[in-house]
Design a protein around this ligand. Structure first.
Ligand SMILES: [Fe+2]
Ligand SMILES: [Fe+2]
Length: 170
């Protein structure tokens, strides 16, 4: 039954972003920095894999691997974002990192519960969908301007140097 597979009715309201338990990627989740958008999509794929794991066709060991990979990838994504922000002198880099760190702590609690044999996949999945969606829409979009301006400066720098170091770019 449809309602039984939804992660939360409220998630269908404004954005229609969850259907049959799957986190649907929509264009409004793109923040406009390709490399970041690709990473966010990959995280969504992991989240959906975790949802598949609820079907029961996966062993606990396999589910553990999915969770570990999801967490690993997400933490790497955070580190990538943080270094991008630092390089761009994004003024809220510190508080953004704090949000990432808090998330990592929350997930670690779920992982510990899972390791103790608790059935947390549904709750974890639901938290991940809500958290990622809100984080992208509220926090990640905020650094776009700074990071893009920095990328622009870098491009201009390279263009300027091309004249001086023509041999390198020939
Ligand atoms: Fe992100
Ligand atoms: Fe972030």
């Amino acid at each position: 039954m449809l309602s039984g597979t939804l992660l939360g009715a409220e998630m269908l309201n404004a954005e229609g972003r969850v259907y049959m338990g799957k986190f649907l990627w929509t264009a409004q989740l793109n923040i406009g920095i390709d490399v970041i958008d690709q990473q966010h999509r990959r995280i969504v794929e992991y989240i959906n894999q975790l949802e598949d794991a609820r079907s029961g066709e996966y062993s606990r060991a396999e589910v553990a691997i999915i969770i570990n990979e999801l967490v690993d990838y997400t933490i790497s994504h955070f580190a990538f974002e943080e270094s991008m922000q630092e390089e761009a002198n994004y003024p809220f880099a510190k508080s953004h990192k704090k949000v990432h760190d808090l998330f990592a702590e929350r997930v670690a609690v779920f992982q510990a519960q899972f390791d103790q044999g608790e059935d947390i996949i549904k709750a974890l999945n639901s938290m991940l969908v809500t958290w990622l969606f809100n984080h992208i829409k509220r926090d990640d979009v905020d650094y776009v301007e700074s990071v893009k301006a920095n990328l622009q400066r870098q491009n201009e720098f390279v263009e300027k140097k091309k004249g001086l170091f023509a041999r390198l770019f020939g």
